[in-house]
Write a protein that binds this ligand. Sequence first.
Ligand code: AMP
Ligand code: FE
Ligand code: FE
Ligand code: ZN
Length: 283
Amino acid sequence: MAFRTPIDLHTHSSVSDGTQTPAELMRAAADAGLGTVALTDHDSTAGWQEARAAASDLGIDLVPGMELSTRYGWKSVHMLAYLFDPADPALTAETERIRDARRTRAEAMVARLAEDYELTWEDVLAHTTPGASVGRPHIADALVTRGHVTSRSDAFATLLHPRGGYFEPLYAPSPLEGVKLIRAAGGVPVLAHPATRGRDNVLDPAYLKALVGAGLAGLEVEHRENTDDGKQYLLEFAAAHGLIVTGSSDYHGAGKPNRLGENTTTPEALERICALSTHSPVE
Ligand code: AMP
Ligand code: FE
Ligand code: FE
Ligand code: ZN
């Protein structure tokens, strides 16, 4: 199928830590001049239906997706997944487990913060929609409302930082398990922003090769947080292993400065992603 351009394959709605509903996000994408947008909420597909209806009304194309949380040792690794079966039992069981862990972990962080700051769990819930994938961004919003920090970025740099004194790690499967789950659900895994800490801190090459062996299809190279030397390394690795290269905004509405369409993916890359999907949605 031919997709409209330009193409942005990484965005978040209020189903996770974006600030707009899926329908509002699709409207913003159309207003920004995008032809195709992927909705990739953290560990949830709950926004797909609403986004699909809105995209169709607006005359833009939707690529259904998700950003799966995974973990490699202490490192949080985000895995984009496209065009999979949202009802796949193994993948839905795992994402449910992660969303439950997100809530428990956020409650634990709030309990620790509440020892030193005026803050309640209700404050955090006030910044989420029912059933949302709860994360540190929602705690950040509650901290801003209470006046303890000035912005999400301020919160991440201080109280919510892993060394800020209140951090709790999040349960997540390994990247290898993630790739296998996504593939088994008919989907196409693409490693999100793999070089935010420079070329020397990308997942080690032997492990990356194991991911490719298990079906990792691509690397998100054009992302504002990948460093220049990191992007160069990713391009070389992608060329050497025949991986698809994508570029995206990682838009979060008002939650981050990232602008829709600030990076884009070529139609050829999206065609390759589609060709690898083995899930045919029944419309
Ligand atoms: P969590 O999933 O709870 O560990 O929180 C990580 C999420 O916070 C990521 O998905 C990012 O989108 C978001 N995030 C990380 N750093 C910042 C920042 N400086 N400002 C706003 N959002 C951020
Ligand atoms: Fe996020
Ligand atoms: Fe991410
Ligand atoms: Zn993201």
